[in-house]
Design a protein around this ligand. Structure first.
Ligand code: ZN
Ligand code: ZN
Length: 160
């Protein structure tokens, strides 16, 4: 499996695609019908956890099922792809947890990450989301998303 280029390709592609998946969910569901749960992330947290954490657990359980299922299934392309998707989701989830929850919201002692300019830009863009409850909804591409929305605000596209 480790020597299969498809395995690595799928893992990396899924990890990158997760940014767009998470952005879409955040925009359409978290700030839509699932706002009652996500709201807990937009108000000051009481205690170490917030209701919004269920979304991380939801994705983590899907990744675990894919990885465990993939390893239990007969070795083959399909099981490799299942494991690769699970690994890609896990890699994104861990990066998201460290940068978003740990660095931006101070839930992990990773303040040293502020020495990286690109992480500070991600934090600034995410702070805009918290101030406005609007775009950027993505995290790692938040700065780019912010530039795009400022150039073409949604409200101005209604008349087009
Ligand atoms: Zn946040
Ligand atoms: Zn939000």
């Amino acid at each position: 499996m480790w020597r299969d280029p498809l395995f690595w390709l799928v893992s990396v592609a899924v990890a990158c695609a997760m940014e767009f998946w998470a952005r879409g969910l955040h925009d359409r569901l978290w700030h839509g019908p699932w706002w009652p749960a996500h709201r807990s992330h937009h108000v000051p947290r009481k205690g170490p956890f917030e209701f919004n954490d269920v979304f991380a657990l939801m994705h983590a359980s899907i990744a675990i099922v894919l990885i465990v299922g993939g390893f239990h299934a007969n070795a083959g392309r399909a099981s490799h792809v299942a494991i690769a998707v699970g690994y890609g989701m896990t890699a994104f989830g861990m990066a998201y947890f460290v940068v978003h929850d740990g660095f931006i919201h101070g839930r992990l002692p990773v303040g040293f990450l502020s020495r990286f300019g690109w992480l500070r830009r991600i934090r600034n863009a995410h702070n805009v989301h918290h101030r406005t409850d609007a775009a950027p909804y993505g995290l790692f591409l938040g700065p780019q998303e912010l530039r795009q929305t400022r150039r073409a605000p949604r409200s101005s596209s209604i008349g087009n």
